[in-house]
Ligand binder design. Structure first.
Ligand code: TPP
Ligand code: SF4
Length: 304
C-alpha cells in the first residue's frame, strides 16, 4: 500500500467510510443511462473499500459532462478549465503530496484539448489517478467528433464520416511513461472498482481509461457494443509486467477489445519523490510560509 495511504489512514483509522458518506450535496444531472453514473459509483466504492477519509481525497476535473463528477462526490473537489485538470492536479500534488488526488474527465477534455498535459504528466510520473470517461464523443457540446471517435463515424461535425484515425490512449500512455495503465468498462463494475483501487494504491501516474457510453449522442459505441466485444485481460493470460504484450493488446480493437490492467511498473519514483525540497518537512501546504509577510505581500503584488 502507498506510504501516503498508510499515513492518511493511520490518522483516522477508527472512522469507517461508507459509500453513503461519499455522496455529494448535488445529484448528477447526467442523462438517464449515461455511463458516467457507473464511474461515479465505482469511484465511491473504491474510496470506501480502501477506507480513505473524504478530507484526504481531492478530485479535480476539466470541462464536460463527465467533468462534472467532483460536484457529485463528498471529497475536496475542483472544477477547472477545459483540458487543464492535469496541470492543476500536478500543482496540487506537489503542494500536498499526502493528498490522494483523482482526476476525472472525458476523452475530449483529456486526449484532445488536454493532450499536451496528458503526455507530460505521464512522463513526469506524477502521483495521480486519472479516470477518463471515454464515450468517444463530445457529450456536453451535443455530439461532435472527439479524438477517440472511430474512423468513419458520423457525428454532428462529421456528417459524411470522420476521416481521422483515433487516438489510442493505451499504447500512448505506455509509451509516454505512465506506470499504471488500465482500461475499464462501466458494464463491468466489479472489475472497474478493482482497477480504480489499484490506481489509488499505485505510487505514480495511473490511467484508467473507461468505456462510459453516451446514450444520447453516440449510437455506435453503446453499452451493447462493448458488452459483446470486451474481454478481460486476466482471462487472456496477460502479464501486466510485459511491456511488449501490453502494447500488443493495447492495439487490439475489433471483435475483441481487452479491458483490465495492461501495464504496471513499480520501480520508478513519482515526481514528488524526486523533488529535493519535498524530501523532508512534510507537505508544503502544511509548512509555514518561510518569508516575512511584507515580503510575501510584495512578491504577490509583483506577480499579479
Ligand atoms: C477552451 C474551451 N474550448 C471549448 C470548450 C467547449 N467544450 C466544453 S466541453 C467540450 C468537450 C467535452 O467532451 P468530453 O471531454 O469528451 O466530455 P463529455 O461531455 O463527453 O463527458 C468542449 C469542446 C470549452 N468549454 N472551453
Ligand atoms: S450527453 Fe452523453 S455524456 Fe452527457 S450526460 Fe448525456 S449521456 Fe452522458
Amino acid at each position: 500500500m502507498k506510504e501516503t495511504t498508510m499515513a492518511t489512514m493511520a490518522q483516522t483509522e477508527h472512522v469507517k467510510v461508507t459509500v453513503k458518506d461519499l455522496k455529494g450535496k448535488v445529484d448528477p444531472d447526467w442523462c438517464p443511462g449515461c455511463g458516467d453514473f457507473g464511474v461515479l459509483a465505482a469511484l465511491k466504492q473504491a474510496i470506501a473499500e480502501l477506507g480513505l477519509q473524504p478530507h484526504t481525497v481531492l478530485t479535480i476535473s476539466g470541462i464536460g459532462c463527465s467533468s462534472n463528477l467532483p460536484g457529485y462526490l463528498n471529497t475536496y473537489g475542483m472544477h477547472t478549465l477545459h483540458g487543464r485538470a492535469l496541470a492543476v492536479a500536478t500543482g496540487a500534488q506537489l503542494g500536498n503530496h499526502h493528498l490522494k488526488i483523482v482526476v476525472t474527465g472525458g476523452d475530449g477534455d483529456g486526449y484532445g484539448i488536454g493532450g499536451n498535459h496528458f503526455v507530460h504528466a505521464m512522463r513526469r510520473n506524477v502521483d495521480l489517478t486519472y479516470i477518463v470517461m471515454n464515450n468517444q464523443i463530445y457529450g456536453l457540446t451535443t455530439g461532435q467528433l472527439s479524438p477517440t471517435s472511430s474512423k468513419g463515424m458520423n457525428t454532428k461535425s462529421t456528417p459524411f464520416g470522420s476521416v481521422e484515425n483515433p487516438v489510442n490512449p493505451i499504447p500512448l500512455a505506455i509509451a509516454a511513461g505512465a506506470t499504471y495503465v488500465a482500461r475499464g468498462f462501466t458494464g463491468q463494475q466489479k472489475q472497474l472498482v478493482e482497477l480504480i483501487k489499484g490506481g489509488l494504491q499505485h505510487r505514480g501516474f495511473a490511467l484508467i481509461d473507461t468505456f462510459s457510453p453516451c446514450v444520447t449522442y453516440n449510437h455506435d459505441n453503446t453499452h451493447e457494443f462493448f458488452k459483446q466485444r470486451t474481454r478481460k485481460l486476466e482471462e487472456m493470460g496477460h502479464d501486466p509486467t510485459d511491456v511488449h504484450a501490453a502494447m500488443e493488446k493495447g492495439w487490439l480493437w475489433g471483435e475483441v477489445i481487452p479491458i483490465g490492467l495492461f501495464w504496471r511498473r513499480q520501480d520508478l519514483p513519482a515526481l514528488d519523490q524526486l523533488e529535493p525540497v519535498l524530501g523532508a518537512g512534510g507537505p508544503l501546504a502544511h509548512r509555514p510560509l518561510g518569508v516575512a509577510p511584507d515580503i510575501a505581500r510584495a512578491l504577490i503584488a509583483e506577480l499579479m
